[in-house]
Design a protein around this ligand. Structure first.
Ligand SMILES: [Ca+2]
Length: 222
């Protein structure tokens, strides 16, 4: 190998090493911090009371209410929602849903949430579903339903996370989110919900500064 070749090779390898270092840092922060890619369903973070408004098409006896003192990650100015299925005369489920806005069909999305059942709740499960629509603002019949794996009421008093990658059809342009409770006893079933999200799977990291949140950044430096 001539000297010219060695110089040329080392000159090419330096930027590559730099790229590797940057990628490593990004991955490290993605794993160590509580990274939050763009959430196309920001109302699912229940940062304000209005996020619990506008949920429609209730099925069964129950409710969805803003819970200002509850939060999955203890952020200031951020609450959660309490969903309750309370038909003690044979009804076994309660659900409600809301249109979430626009998406790009044919690309992958990660759907998920955090859920906690208080110990005074009856037994059962919670499930989040996302419906994909070929018309804007969920104005047409949905063409596919994607389901996040359900979480159960035991263990109680513990925030549980669940998510799934979904592929809406190529002609989908909007989505709706549904929250489903399924009772297995006559006691009212209660779940606290937070951080419901719909994110493009290609996004690794963004902050939440635009909503004045920095509390999810860890003080620990890897
Ligand atoms: Ca929250």
């Amino acid at each position: 190998m001539t000297r010219t070749e060695v110089e040329a090779k080392s000159a090419k390898s330096r930027p590559r090493a730099g790229v590797v270092a940057v990628v490593t840092v990004v991955i490290a922060f993605g794993l160590c911090g509580d990274s939050r890619a763009v959430n196309l369903f920001p109302r699912g973070e229940f940062d304000q009371a209005a996020d619990a408004d506008g949920w429609v098409i209730p099925q069964g006896v129950g409710s969805l209410a803003y819970a200002p003192l509850v939060d999955a990650d203890s952020c200031a100015f951020s609450g959660a929602a309490t969903e309750t299925a309370e038909d003690v005369f044979g009804g076994t489920s309660y659900s409600t849903s809301i249109c979430g806005g626009a998406i790009t069909g044919g690309q992958g999305y990660r759907l998920g949430h955090r859920a906690r059942f208080p110990s005074q709740s009856g037994a059962g499960t919670f499930e989040m579903k996302v419906a994909w629509f070929p018309g804007p603002n969920c104005t047409s019949l949905n063409i596919l339903l994607s389901t996040v794996p359900s979480v159960a009421s035991a263990p109680a008093d513990l925030w549980q996370s669940a998510s799934v990658i979904a592929s809406p059809p190529a002609n989908a342009v909007s989505f709706a989110v549904g929250v489903f409770l399924h009772k297995s006893t006559i006691d009212p079933l209660v779940v606290e919900l937070d951080d419901l999200f719909v994110r493009p799977v290609g996004e690794i990291f963004t902050d939440s500064f635009e909503v004045q949140e920095s509390c999810r950044w860890s003080a620990a430096v890897p």
